[in-house]
Design a protein around this ligand. Structure first.
Ligand SMILES: [Zn+2]
Length: 265
């Protein structure tokens, strides 16, 4: 299993660091701040190999330029990112369905717009030597929640979540923010009788008390606790129907109403 470690940044960001133990090289995902990454690399004697970016927001991109200058002044480091983005430091603009090799694993690019229009995710399937698939999904899917719709429509975001939902159940979900406890409080308001949500609250409160991350999540778990992945669940449909007169068999409408409620929650 690859070693993937969170480097905490700002208040609640995680810059995920994928470490190749054999070569002592590392890839970082969405480095919004260079300082914590540079000290982590130094402390663990790692060489920066690759930067992956999911979307243009500053808390995901603000450290890239300095990392390029300071982490590897001699050689150029590839910066993967969305092809339709304003991010100037991207050297490898990626389109839907494209893939590349990183530390011997094939990384598949998925376009998952909604939070922003340039949002992509990076999926790594199980391999012969490693049974655990994983995905870096930026600010699209959070544990028990999803990103705000800054640029896209509810329909786009729901489609993106549905695409992530097609990945294998055991896929580890590496989100960028530690929003879990507030997301779970909202999920419990949407579905007060959902036992899996109550169990997640207990387990994750315990983790946070010990200052441990609640991530990665898994898709199997998200299917049980995440209201934004549960627009087909009768309890979620009923909650949306109580807020607005909508056709609750229309998943986009259910998603829109629940997402609006979360903005006010
Ligand atoms: Zn964002």
């Amino acid at each position: 299993m690859p070693r993937i470690t969170p480097i905490p940044a700002f208040n609640d960001n995680y810059i995920w660091c994928w470490i190749d133990e054999d070569s002592h090289r590392a890839a970082v995902v969405d480095p919004g701040d260079a300082d914590p990454v540079l000290s982590f690399l130094k402390q663990h004697q790692l060489q920066l190999d690759t930067i992956l970016v999911t979307h243009h927001h500053h808390d995901h991109t603000g450290g890239i330029e300095r990392l390029l200058q300071e982490a590897s002044p001699q050689s150029s480091i590839p910066v993967y990112g969305p092809s339709n983005s304003v991010i100037r430091s991207i050297s490898e603009p990626m389109h839907e369905g494209e893939s590349f090799l990183l530390f011997g694993r094939r990384v598949q690019v998925m376009t998952i717009p909604g939070h922003t229009l340039d949002h992509i995710g990076y999926f790594v399937a199980a391999s012969a030597t490693d049974q655990t698939p994983f995905v870096f999904c930026g600010d699209t899917l959070f544990r028990a929640g999803c990103g705000r719709l800054f640029e896209g429509t509810p329909e786009q975001m729901l489609q993106s979540l549905n695409r992530l939902n097609e990945l294998p159940a055991e896929t580890l979900v590496y989100c960028t923010h530690e929003y879990t406890l507030s997301n779970l409080a909202f999920a419990a308001a949407v579905e007060p009788h959902n036992q899996a949500i109550q169990e997640a609250i207990k387990a994750d409160q315990h983790k946070r008390q010990q200052q441990l991350p609640t991530l990665p999540s898994t898709l199997a778990e998200e299917r049980r606790i995440n209201p934004f992945m549960r627009t087909e669940a009768p309890a979620v449909q009923a909650a949306a129907g109580n807020l607005e007169q909508i056709d609750t068999t229309n998943a986009t409408e259910v998603f829109r109403v629940i997402r609006d409620w979360k903005n006010r929650f």
